[in-house]
Design a binder for this molecule. Structure first.
Ligand code: G3H
Ligand code: 13P
Ligand code: ZN
Length: 311
């Protein structure tokens, strides 16, 4: 099975009422933990790389790691650029072997967002690569960009229809109340997502795949392990899993997960060091970090995304 685009994955996911996990990768252990889990339960996958990941590990190392994972597992895996800021970074990822790129024009005006997204779509489609756009602003932190609650805004379904028709984009990230990072909802408030927006988008654009960013659940088990072993994560709150299941049964075909991977890996490594303070071989603690990622991703695929058995 070669590296694939997301077109067929999304068609099947939309019809089947499940979603594909898009997991952020930054190093070998993360790639291996994710792909070993997907192989165990026979799930398609999207591995995605942010600008921060490219800065940390270099494009060539990340693509070679992901190509190795495809060869090792034989799974349908799409290589995706997460939050591409402009045409140039999208072009370099299209040229560099990715099968999917995201152009994130959500901080631009509606017309500028359409213009840059259209430009990326034209280049990417000429090269057999699919494009994800973004409309509406999610609260939270990506790289060094912080979007405050005041500057975030829900996406309007009528704008989605116009945006998709004018750009030719293949999928779209919209804002329905999720946010990036480990602190998504105010303590003491009930997490809520705007499912009415999803419903209206599906009514206007039947079959069109929607992407949910900021979709980590900030699983209490991992937060507790971190805090029990010297960490200090106060009031970390994520998206409840039942809401993700509901979104996956609707128009959401791609669910982005990064913070949960970070928490799981950190929990494993912190736990390891409190049990073995004498260890200093990175293979010892990174093995545990990788095991924690594998356990997390398997649970996500089987119990939240529903993409097991769909490879
Ligand atoms: O959307 C943000 C992702 O979690 C990537 O995070 O930009 O720190 O790599 P990063
Ligand atoms: P989380 O911070 O909720 O994991 O979201 C990740 C994301 O949306 C990557 O694009
Ligand atoms: Zn995101």
């Amino acid at each position: 099975m070669p590296i694939v685009t997301t077109t067929e994955m999304f068609e099947k996911a939309y019809k089947g009422g499940y979603a594909i996990g898009a997991f952020n990768v930054n190093n070998m252990e993360i790639v291996q933990g994710i792909t070993e889990a997907a192989a165990e339960v026979n799930s398609p996958l999207i591995l995605q790389v942010s600008a921060g990941a490219r800065k940390y590990a270099k494009h060539v190392y990340l693509t070679k790691l992901m190509e190795a994972a495809v060869e090792d597992t034989g799974l349908p895996i799409a290589l995706h650029l997460d939050h591409g800021a402009d045409f140039e970074i999208c072009k370099s990822c299209v040229d560099g072997g990715f099968t999917s790129v995201m152009i994130d024009g959500s901080s631009r005006s509606f017309e500028d967002n359409i213009a840059v997204t259209r430009q990326v779509v034209e280049y990417a489609h000429d090269h057999g690569v699919v494009v994800e756009g973004e409309l509406g602003r999610l609260e939270g932190v990506e790289d060094d960009v912080v979007v405050s609650a005041e500057d975030s805004s829900y996406t309007r379904p009528e704008d989605v229809q116009e945006f998709v028709e004018r750009t030719g984009v293949d999928s779209l990230a919209i804002a329905i109340g999720t946010s990036h990072g480990a602190y998504k909802f105010k303590p003491g408030t009930k997490p809520q997502l705007r499912f009415d927006i999803l419903e209206e988008v599906a009514r206007r654009l039947p079959g069109f795949p929607i992407v949910l960013h900021g979709a980590s659940s900030v699983i209490p088990k991992y937060v507790d392990i971190i805090n029990a072993n010297g960490g200090k994560l106060v009031d970390a709150i994520g998206v409840p899993e039942d809401m993700l299941r509901k979104a996956a049964s609707m128009a959401v075909c791609k669910i982005n997960i990064d913070s949960d991977l970070r928490l799981a890996m950190t929990a494993g490594i912190r736990q390891h060091f409190s049990e073995h303070p004498e260890h200093f071989d990175p293979r010892q603690y990174l093995t545990v970090g990788r095991d924690y990622i594998r356990e997390l991703v398997k649970d996500k695929i089987v119990n939240v995304l529903g993409s097991d058995g769909k490879a």
